[in-house]
Design a protein around this ligand. Structure first.
Ligand SMILES: *Cc1c(COP(=O)(O)O)cnc(C)c1O
Length: 325
């Protein structure tokens, strides 16, 4: 079942050591997993989920994909690219009002041929059922991808990613103690939890929460838990997961989703200027800032090897250009 995917990206993505950043945090060695280089229309972590979701849509005979997100959604941009590759119609429901000028991910989604619908205050896919009904009346066969591509099908991409990382760690003879990453709609986190169990990965996951709001009335912990429960049964994982097994570092999400503060800007400038690697302002900059704060203040044991999972998002930088002066 894990093999059942539609190839959309370039895998394995590189796993590298960050020599110069590591020197700034004595007692820690920092590695990075480059899912900003998955290759699908400027890359990102959603490519892994879409390989499974698109496969399922095609298997079910669907000709139209519907999904939702923010205007700068990386998920929506990669879904638009995946639909172009697979020859599917793509409908995106994006929160807020239609802007005068399309920028960043919104511009790319439009270039990639997506049909874009602006949904005002409903920014997490609340309007999907109504659009689906409309399209079905026009004889489209629709496949709905939930907000962020986060269901068990999408999460399988990250179950598989654990296998990929494990092989790289063996090859490079590296042991990773902690894996830091940005968690927002929960599919990546759920997939990594399942993959860690399935492939006995010996690293602790440190998901950094990005969005303090709930999704459709549910906490992120609950969303992750539900996917993990379903996945454990499908993948025949014996562990009896409890909601209390789902950990999330909520120390860095207080400013709210998409709000870019000096913390994010500093983290971006630091990685860019030391290692030549670009983070995005919404997800990876916040998670990277969180990780550096944990190292700086020794919130994890010294002499640890840590891995930062870069999940992409580059196009959103251009939406925030006015914050670099
Ligand atoms: C979507 C996204 C995430 C979070 O992944 P989820 O599976 O939604 O939790 C992190 N970083 C970037 C750049 C993303 O686009």
């Amino acid at each position: 079942m894990i093999e059942d995917k539609y190839n959309l990206g370039f895998f394995p993505t590189p796993l590298q050591k960050l020599d110069k950043i590591s020197k700034l945090f004595s007692g820690y060695t920092i590695y990075i997993k480059r899912d900003d280089h998955t290759g699908l229309a400027s890359g990102g972590n959603k490519t892994r989920k879409l390989e499974y979701l698109i496969k399922k849509a095609i298997t079910q005979g669907c000709d139209t994909i519907i999904t939702a997100g923010a205007q700068q959604s990386n998920h929506c941009r990669q879904t638009a690219a995946a639909c172009a590759i697979a020859g599917l119609q793509c409908h995106l429901l994006l929160g807020g009002k239609k802007p005068e000028v399309y920028e960043g991910n919104l511009l790319l989604s439009s270039i990639l041929g997506a049909n874009i619908h602006f949904t005002g205050d409903n920014r997490k896919g609340e309007d999907i059922p109504a659009l689906k009904k409309d399209l079905e009346e026009k004889n489209n066969t629709c496949f709905v991808i939930p907000y962020g591509g986060s269901n068990i099908t999408g999460a399988l991409g990250f179950v598989n990613a654990v296998k990929e990382v494990k092989e790289q760690l063996v090859e490079q003879n590296v042991k990773i103690d902690y894996i830091f990453f940005a968690s927002s709609s929960g599919g990546m986190q759920a997939g990594l939890i399942l993959g860690k169990e399935l492939y006995s990965l010996n690293s602790e996951l440190v998901p950094i929460s990005i969005d303090k709001d709930e999704t459709n009335g549910q906490s992120l912990e609950k969303v992750v838990f539900d996917i993990v429960k379903e996945g454990a049964s499908i993948l025949k994982i014996k562990k009896d997961f409890k909601l209390s097994d789902i950990h999330l570092n909520r120390n860095y999400d207080k400013d709210g989703y998409g709000v870019v503060t000096q913390n994010e800007i500093n983290a971006m400038n630091q990685l860019a200027r030391k290692e030549g690697i670009l983070l995005d302002p919404v997800y990876t900059a916040r998670a990277f800032y969180g990780m550096l704060d944990c190292l700086q203040n020794q919130k994890i044991p010294v002499n640890s090897n840590v891995l930062f999972w870069h999940t992409g998002g580059l196009p959103a930088i251009f939406k925030h250009a006015n914050q670099w002066k």
